[in-house]
Design a protein around this ligand. Structure first.
Ligand code: NCN
Ligand code: DMD
Length: 341
């Protein structure tokens, strides 16, 4: 009879270390496998019905010229998602990932006879240069709606979720969130988003500096900051992350904007980072600050700057490989291979 006390961490590490490979030779795949096994409290972890939720929302600040594209692109891209023509549709289908498109607050009335999930809080946020982007009630409602969307996929048997987004102007919100929550200069957090030129970038920095000034010396609690400078899609992603962690799901974190929502959620409940796999490092400048905050080493670094959850869909096969080697590879003992010293 084995009377050894059960120590999950040790057992997981032992299972990794006794696979037929030199110690540590599967590199970062080993830490991903460790994380998922620990999260599921299992030596046979499973990834079931992976889903990506794409939250779309508009931003009042977009009218100040902070994006290279007009606001109408948000609703037009939502229709593109529904018609399965966007990058995320292609990558999700390629990797057998269920995709759900959510109207978190787009400035457009969609017809009802499509698969769009209606979680609309309003027709876009207010212009945060002049007033808070949302009321506290709208902000809390958005967080709650984000939670509901995760409960839906949980009921459908999913235990892996990625969040993507679409919203013209939302790199501005993400930059403001990072600056206020990580106490970094706004210049360090601002990038070209969808493709601003030098002059437009200068204008973006100027406008966002004014928003920071308007925020003033209010206490920087996650909800206060989110309501002042966030977006409906960002607030819903924050709620989705919180609920996914509550339900023990593996969370796939996408690029700059999704990570800014994860930053907000992580400041509400720091334990959620135990569930997270950071999928990629965005080309957008401020992303590095968020990754540093979580001491995260993302799977891919490919200069992606699209959003939509594309980084999650692209990195998912690597996550699957981590779980597959952990579950299915032979050990030195079972394969009769001599181990090193
Ligand atoms: O995910 C990223 O890292 C990322 C970086 C830059 C831009 N985006 C996408 O571009 C849009 C926001 O860019 P902008 O310039 O309008 O603020 C929004 O729809 C995002 O999904 C996404
Ligand atoms: C065309 C386009 C597609 C996008 N997907 C996510 N953000 C986007 C921004 C633009 C402009």
């Amino acid at each position: 009879m084995n009377l050894q006390p059960f120590n999950l961490d040790e057992d997981i590490q032992k299972k990794i270390d006794t696979k037929t490979k030199p110690l540590g030779a599967l590199g970062d795949l080993e830490s991903i496998a460790f994380k998922i096994a620990k999260l599921q409290n299992s030596l046979m972890p499973r990834l079931l019905n992976p889903s990506i939720l794409v939250f779309a929302g508009d931003h009042g600040l977009a009218k100040t010229g902070v994006s290279a594209f007009p606001q109408d692109v948000t609703w037009q891209m939502v229709l593109n998602f529904l018609n399965k023509g966007a990058a995320i549709n292609v990558f999700a289908q390629q990797n057998d990932i269920e995709l759900k498109i959510i109207d978190a607050g787009v400035n457009f009335i969609f017809s009802k006879e499509n698969e769009l999930i209606d979680q609309k809080i309003g027709l876009g946020t207010k212009n945060c240069l002049e007033e808070d982007a949302m009321t506290e009630q709208e902000c809390l409602e958005a967080i709650e709606k984000g939670k509901e969307s995760v409960r839906l996929i949980d009921r459908e048997g999913s235990n892996v979720v990625g969040c993507g987004e679409m919203g013209i102007g939302n790199t501005s919100s993400a930059s403001l969130l990072v600056s206020l929550l990580c106490k970094a200069d706004i210049e360090e957090c601002v990038g070209r988003g969808t493709g601003l030129n030098d002059e437009q970038l200068e204008n973006k920095v100027k406008i966002l500096s004014q928003v920071i000034k308007r925020f003033g010396d209010r206490e920087r609690t996650p909800v206060e900051v989110l309501k002042a400078v966030g977006g409906f899609e960002i607030a819903q992603m924050a709620g989705a992350f919180l609920e996914a962690a509550e339900l023990g799901m593996v969370i796939l974190v996408d690029g700059f904007i999704a990570s800014s929502a994860f930053l907000v959620a992580g400041m509400i409940n720091p334990k959620i980072s135990e569930n997270a796999v950071f999928c990629h490092k965005s080309h957008e400048k401020g992303h590095a600050l968020i990754l540093n905050h979580f001491k995260a080493k993302p799977i891919l670094d490919m200069n992606l700057r699209l959003g939509e959850g594309t980084g999650c869909a692209l990195a998912y096969p690597i996550v699957k490989s981590a779980v597959a080697f952990f579950n299915d590879m032979a050990s030195f003992e079972s394969a009769n291979v001599s181990s090193g010293n």
